[in-house]
Design a protein around this ligand. Structure first.
Ligand SMILES: *Cc1c(COP(=O)(O)O)cnc(C)c1O
Length: 388
């Protein structure tokens, strides 16, 4: 395990320093295959690896739950993109959040935002609650409220920024400082921003986590989760949780994610440009009550977004005039936006969130969440216009 960590740190230090993210996304995902010189990465489906006569492991590989060439490549690239030293790939975003909660012990308290990704809040409350993890939520845009919500046993402050589905922005640096003053870790679900737009470890966070199902994969065809840290102790603990918890990502799925990562900076650039134009168009439309997008000057945390993000991303939510029925009607009239959950793929999606989250959800009933794709923005705007 020590050898593994050293190898990653050395690789990162010598290969990837000072590269722009577009270059890094290509370079860090190249395998440099020694068997055939294949330019595209081969897929290593083998679950087990041959030992030498003296019992050692000549390729530092034992068994695919512990490490696998495709996972190793993905993790090296994930660490490079987020300026971390250790990265871990999991079978889904939720499996990676679960691994982070497993860093804690019974009696520890986790503070989350009041609009945390719905399924993650269910995971912590219903699965880890009975095992002794205490949970409470707060408005993560209000630093004073955060300070007041910290308990003597608070061990983790969990940020999601931009948040789902209201795109609230939390000040990562300020909250990381609050966490550290209170001996707690600061973790960031960076799924919506990705390292292309925001690097939480550089802003002081201890842990960054992803559902790589979204922008990393980018084609709505693979589930995945990831964690990146830059602390050796956390890295060792997470490696143990990953290997013995067993929720690792399969070789093929790792291959799909590294393939997606090569175009992630380009896709996000195109998607963000589209999202900005759509947000501007909708914010002046008479049938729209409001648009939640951090790139709009009217967004309450626009300045914080400008400070900590390279750009504002490709997710937005709109509230149509009227109620749930009006929202469903609008979504059903769209021809280019598929009505489906999830986000971050090349195709535009729209979703009525409240009906997914259930009756207890605080999401407004007239809200539709939009994941903007890479189609031509004029076609997307025309489609939105006719549906309204
Ligand atoms: C989708 C998502 C998750 C969950 O990830 P899965 O890959 O579906 O398990 C967690 N957080 C955010 C912000 C997400 O969008």
């Amino acid at each position: 395990m020590l050898l593994y960590n050293l190898q990653i740190i050395i690789d990162l230090a010598f290969q990837f320093l000072f590269m722009n993210i577009e270059t890094l996304a290509i370079q860090s995902t190249q395998m440099h295959d020694k068997n055939a010189g294949a330019v595209a990465t081969p897929i290593y489906l083998s679950t087990t690896f041959e030992r030498a006569e003296d019992g050692t492991f000549p390729h530092n590989l034992i068994y695919s739950r512990i490490d696998n060439p495709n996972r190793h490549l993905l993790e090296k690239s994930l660490a490079a993109l987020d300026n971390g030293t250790h990265a871990f790939a999991f079978a889904s975003g939720l499996a990676s959040i679960s691994a982070i909660i497993q860093l804690l012990k019974a009696g520890d308290h986790v503070l989350i935002g009041d609009d945390m990704y719905y399924a993650a809040a269910v995971l912590i409350k219903d699965i880890y609650g009975p095992l002794g993890i205490q949970l409470s939520s707060v408005d993560m845009t209000d630093l004073e409220k955060i300070k007041k919500s910290i308990l003597p046993n608070t061990k983790l402050i969990w940020i999601e920024t931009p948040s789902n589905p209201l795109l609230k922005i939390s000040d990562i640096k300020a909250i990381a400082d609050i966490a550290h003053e209170n001996n707690a870790l600061c973790g960031v679900d960076n799924t919506w921003a990705t390292p292309v737009l925001q690097r939480p470890l550089d802003l002081g966070a201890d842990i960054v986590q992803y559902s790589t199902t979204k922008y990393f994969g980018g084609h709505s065809d693979v589930l995945g989760g990831a964690i990146v840290v830059k602390n050796n102790d956390l890295g060792e603990k997470l490696k143990k949780i990953q290997v013995f918890g067993g929720a690792v990502q399969s070789a093929f799925d790792c291959w799909l994610i590294t393939r997606g990562m090569k175009t992630m900076p380009l896709r996000i650039k195109a998607q963000t440009e589209n999202a900005k134009k759509i947000a501007e168009f909708l914010s002046t439309h008479s049938k729209i009550k409001c648009v939640h997008y951090p790139g709009l000057q009217s967004h309450p945390q626009h300045e914080i977004a400008k400070k900590q993000m390279k750009d504002f991303g490709a997710m937005l939510s709109i509230e149509v005039n009227g109620n749930q029925e009006n929202a469903f009607k609008m979504a059903s009239k769209l021809k280019l936006f598929t009505s489906a959950t999830s986000l971050g793929g090349v195709e535009s999606l729209i979703e009525h969130r409240k009906s997914v989250e259930g009756v207890n959800s605080a999401t407004p009933e007239n809200l539709l969440r939009i994941s903007v794709g890479i189609e031509h923005v004029d076609d997307l705007i025309e489609d939105l216009d006719q549906a309204l």
